[in-house]
Design a protein around this ligand. Structure first.
Ligand code: ZN
Ligand code: ZN
Length: 78
């Protein structure tokens, strides 16, 4: 099932789900059960930076912005 969620901020050293590097920033983004650099949390389709968005979607290991998720949903009839 889709898991819409808002990126949230925590203060802890974690491993980025995008590049695999440790996130050394004071604050990291948390989304889809992973920590992310702000610049690594991108839509798998259009590569937009999701830290700029109010919501994101995670499905089958890929992250989508709201627009691409809705387009994909229409395409595959979800
Ligand atoms: Zn990263
Ligand atoms: Zn997108």
């Amino acid at each position: 099932a889709a898991v819409p969620g808002l990126p949230s901020l925590v203060a802890a050293p974690l491993i980025c789900g995008g590049c695999g590097e440790r996130v050394s920033d004071r604050f990291v983004l948390l989304a889809a059960g992973q920590a992310w650099h702000g610049s690594c949390l991108r839509c798998s389709q259009c590569q937009c930076e999701l830290q700029m968005h109010s919501s994101l979607y995670y499905r089958d290991g890929s992250i989508y912005c709201q627009l691409d998720y809705s387009l994909r949903a229409e395409t595959v009839g979800l």
